[in-house]
Design a protein around this ligand. Sequence first.
Ligand SMILES: Nc1ncnc2c1ncn2[C@@H]1O[C@H](COP(=O)(O)OP(=O)(O)OP(=O)(O)O)[C@@H](O)[C@H]1O
Ligand SMILES: [Mg+2]
Length: 398
Amino acid sequence: MTDLETTERATSDRGTNNRDIVLKARDLRKYYPIKGGVLQRQVGEVKAVDGVSFDLYKGETLGIVGESGCGKSTLGRVLMRLEEPTDGTVEFDGVQMYEQSGSAMRKMRRDIQIVFQDPYTSLNPRRTVGEIVGEPFNIHPDVVPKKGRRKAVQELLELVGLNPEHINRYPHQFSGGQRQRIGIARGIALNPKVLICDEPVSALDVSVQAQVVNLMEKLQRELGLAYIFIAHDLSVVRHISDRVGVMYLGRLVEIGDEDEIYSRPTHPYTQALLSAVPVPDPTLRGKRDQITLSGDVPSPANPPDGCHFHTRCWKVQDVCRTDTPELEVHQDGDGGHLSRCHFAEVRQVIETQDVSGRGKDSLFAGQGERDNSDAVAAGAAGDGDVQSGPDTRAPSGG
Ligand SMILES: Nc1ncnc2c1ncn2[C@@H]1O[C@H](COP(=O)(O)OP(=O)(O)OP(=O)(O)O)[C@@H](O)[C@H]1O
Ligand SMILES: [Mg+2]
């Protein structure tokens, strides 16, 4: 049985089939050529994404986690056709994305947007916030008539908790958290159905992370967006996600509801990742099941045969070295979920009961929706735009 069939079977098994699927990825692959020698011939390939299949439901958040280099960003780019895949399909709202061209593709692009990791480099420093957030309206001029664009941008700024009067400011006049709000405002400008968030809070301070995550949840409730939330921080992903997919060397190794992944993981890699999450409650330290992995992540240019994880797995047997396990349903003690392991079995790694009086949501509890660094920035900039140095001008040159 192929991965696709097992995915389909698993989703229908669990009665989720009647939920609306907005995006279907099937066996997506992205291989980058490695060139070498004087003639720059292709000498190999980097298998950045190596056969990924999943469904995304309307209005849900699917978290994608995994170590650096496992292919998360590449997957994000392929899902919204910033790059063409080597193989595989993406179906968006019942339409095959990679069969579209011209205006049909442009129309589809409206509905699937991205927010990038680094709020410092993803915003053009020579454009005002108004120009940055309003850019999607220039690309899709029929969405908002020219006369109404300034107002539309101001409404977006307001929606993400920024002062609409700051529409003429430049990115360097904002804090990191505020810049990410600008990126989010641009991402939601066209009222997309899916927002791919590639490590949207990784570059931010923990307290600011919380504000941005809370903002994203608020926007999801108000706009009915589905998120693909890429991150390497398991606690942030847990907080925001309905379902979580774990990636290792270009493949999904486990995917399921948030509590299935965090409380009843069946893949050894997920178990190892969870065992490395810092435990905030000191009374739990030492009680946790510690798993130390040996070795480094192998290169995606030369992934191990069979199960990609076998070189670091403590359960490895001969079959793991030769046969690639399918992503299929394994029992987890409370039903089952998809996992890619010949010897999948549930192992609770972290105490997930609320023993300390702190719910899982407490991580971000009590954080205001609004970025309070606004006040700091406003103070520094002054309401009358009295700024020190050349900051009120656009950076020149280049
Ligand atoms: N344009 C490219 N050309 C060649 N190789 C690439 C390209 N983009 C990514 N890769 C390789 O593909 C693999 C996956 O990269 P990717 O950026 O998707 O990982 P990631 O999971 O997002 O990592 P991180 O957590 O560090 O952002 C890496 O080995 C990377 O070097
Ligand atoms: Mg990345």
